[in-house]
Design a protein around this ligand. Structure first.
Ligand code: AGP
Length: 603
């Protein structure tokens, strides 16, 4: 997902822009750039690779400008190079973009036929040319923004600046965009994430789709005005205080954000259950009693999809609700059968994942109520759904999702207990407290897991296996290892091994077998199948099973007592730490793995 930061105000815009972009690095990117207005000229500096390269280039010239826009690009159209990096600019305007202009090829051909020249291979440059064209025709930048935005199709956010004034312009459709103001310092900001504005803009605004924002400064007064596409003043925006705290931006004493976020899980679990059972969340959850729908269409991507597979078990077991858990990029195109009485449930940490948003839109258009299990308040998913269940995981900076998975599963469990009218029972509170204690103990036992990682990290392939509710945990463990250690790992239903994957087993293939008390004997026989073929076995399972220890090369035993429903979350933390330590031994960029973005806001 691309990062955007714009500034206009009395100070040198370079500092807030670079600081904001550095906070968005966790989203993943492959180039960075900035446009500044210097001596009434638009000067653009952009560099392939890390933000450091841009910072170094700016240090050479040490530019100063009261207005500027910056961007970190995650390439969708056009190779990773300086030409394709943003901002895209000409003598009069500069633009940064997040998303995809779906009709860019057609528009580009038309504009080239009119004599307009393009310098990049990107779709984003089409917006710059449209803006420039319409500004020449109308003599009004606001009007030109509106006409350009109405011409393009697809989900996008645009921020623009102009040579003629110090104003910032922004507009979006189904993409994250936030505006900010600091009335005391007289500064206006625009960004793709409120996190970039922490400490700068105490007031933030979320314009809705098709609302044009205009940030300007007159003397010591900054203002952020909003307009409909017909240029009438708009009230389609939400205003709030930027309540995000700065501590999310620091790793504290941890080497990586991912490790910090794994260790945050015990406290977050207890905070979530207290909020839901005794705090502000009580009104949300206690109203659920007896209101479970007949059917949940659960859709999500990646880790969130795995969380949905675990949550499905709660709704089916405790609420007799049938659930279909689908990958969002599949669901949105298969013309699903959606009926009255069914509910769309969307799980997303960022609330900005394009495929998941498209599924919400599809269900909404078909008349289904739409609910979210989401981490980011004010995100597009949060604002589009009829009801939201916030997971309260705090900012998740590590690209590999850890605490968000845990909080998503717990939120699904609390929903299920709410529907069943069991939310405030001692059992629920006690089980989550037990889970928190067990996860804290695992985090303290990281040395044992690190020792196992040292035995495994050089192996060529990993097959995670699990049965029942441990199958999604096997999927999640494999995803974690893939994304941060860059090794081939797959998750499989343990019972499926004999239907093909067992052909992979040899002494260089590791079977990470995840077992719970349920179906234990079945899962054990699957481990024995692997053993018989000289596979290396690391088992994670319940204490008190010498036969499992006997058959495994390595065995991490856990106490499942007191966790009748939430043990999969506990097991998953072992796999989070295993992946972390394997990645550390392999020396990969754990918090910002190659090719990945924290939030995939494009298809
Ligand atoms: C998880 O480790 C991945 N980074 C990725 O699969 C992520 O879960 C997926 O992109 C969904 O993101 P969301 O929860 O923000 O929608």
């Amino acid at each position: 997902m691309c990062g955007i930061v714009g500034y206009t105000g009395p100070r040198n815009s370079v500092q807030p822009i670079l600081e904001g972009l550095s906070r968005l690095e966790y989203r993943g990117y492959d180039s960075a750039g900035i446009c500044l207005k210097i001596n009434s000229k638009l000067e653009i500096v952009k560099k392939e690779g890390k933000l450091e390269n841009l910072r170094a280039a700016l240090t050479e010239t040490n530019p100063s400008s009261h207005v500027g826009i910056g961007h970190t690009r995650w390439a969708t159209h056009g190779a990773v190079n300086n030409d394709n990096a943003h901002p895209h600019g000409n003598d009069d305007f500069a633009v940064v973009h997040n998303g995809i202009i779906e009709n860019a090829p057609v528009l580009k051909k038309q504009l080239q036929a009119e004599g307009w020249v393009f310098k990049s291979q990107t779709d984003s440059e089409v917006f710059l040319v449209l803006l420039t064209k319409f500004a020449k025709e109308t003599g009004d930048t606001l009007k030109a923004m509106s006409k350009a935005f109405q011409t393009i199709q697809g989900n996008s956010a645009f921020v623009a600046m102009e040579k003629s004034t110090d104003r910032l312009f922004c507009v979006k459709r189904s993409a994250p965009l936030v505006c900010g103001l600091n009335p005391v310092t007289g500064e206006a900001f625009v960004s793709s994430d409120p996190f970039a504005l922490i400490g700068y803009a105490p007031e933030i605004f979320f314009p809705q789709d098709g609302v044009i924002g205009c940030g300007s400064v007159k003397g010591h007064t900054a203002s952020m005005d909003f307009f409909e596409l017909d240029l009438t003043p708009s009230t389609r925006f939400t205003a709030q205080k930027n309540a995000m705290s700065m501590d999310a931006t620091s790793k504290g004493h941890y080497e990586h954000f991912m490790l910090k976020e794994i260790h945050e899980q015990p406290a977050l679990m207890e905070k979530l259950v207290a909020w839901a059972i005794k705090g502000e969340g009580l009104s949300t959850y206690s109203n659920l009693k007896g209101k479970a729908p007949e059917y949940f269409h659960i859709t999500a991507c990646g880790t969130a999809w795995h969380a949905g597979l675990v949550i499905k078990n709660f709704f089916e077991r405790f609420n007799n609700v049938r659930c279909c858990v689908e990958i969002a990029s599949e669901f949105r195109y298969r013309e699903p059968i959606l009926k009255k009485g069914e509910v769309g449930l969307f799980i997303s940490q960022s609330g900005e994942t394009a495929d998941t948003l498209a599924c919400q839109e599809l269900c909404h258009e078909k008349g289904l109520p739409t609910y979210s299990i989401v981490n980011t308040q004010g995100s597009t998913l949060f604002r589009h759904c009829d009801q939201n269940f916030l997971i309260h995981a705090g900012m998740e900076i590590g690209v590999a999702s850890t605490k968000a998975f845990t909080q998503q599963v717990l939120t699904g469990y609390l929903m299920s207990m709410g529907y069943a009218g069991k939310l405030a029972t001692v059992e629920v509170y006690q089980e989550i407290k037990t889970l928190s204690d067990r996860v804290a103990a695992i985090c303290e036992d990281a040395a044992a897991i690190k020792e196992i990682a040292e035995k495994l990290y050089h192996k060529k392939g990993f097959i995670f296996t699990g049965r029942g509710v441990y199958f999604p945990i096997a999927l999640e463990g494999a995803l974690k290892l893939k994304e941060i250690a860059y090794v081939h790992a797959e998750g499989y239903a343990a019972g499926e091994l004999k239907h093909g994957p067992i052909a992979l087993i040899d002494d260089n293939m590791v079977n990470i077998a995840v077992l719970g008390p349920e179906l234990f004997e079945k899962a054990l026989s699957n481990v024995e199948e692997v053993k018989a073929r000289r596979g290396l076995i690391f088992a994670v399972g319940p204490k008190g099973h010498p036969e499992l220890r006997e058959v495994s090369d390595m065995y991490y035993e856990l106490d499942f007592n007191g966790l009748p429903n939430l043990a999969p979350v506990m097991v998953n933390v072992v796999l989070q730490l295993l992946s972390y330590h394997i990645a550390k031994l392999k020396g990969t960029d754990i918090d910002k793995p190659r090719n990945l973005a924290k939030s995939v806001t494009v298809e």
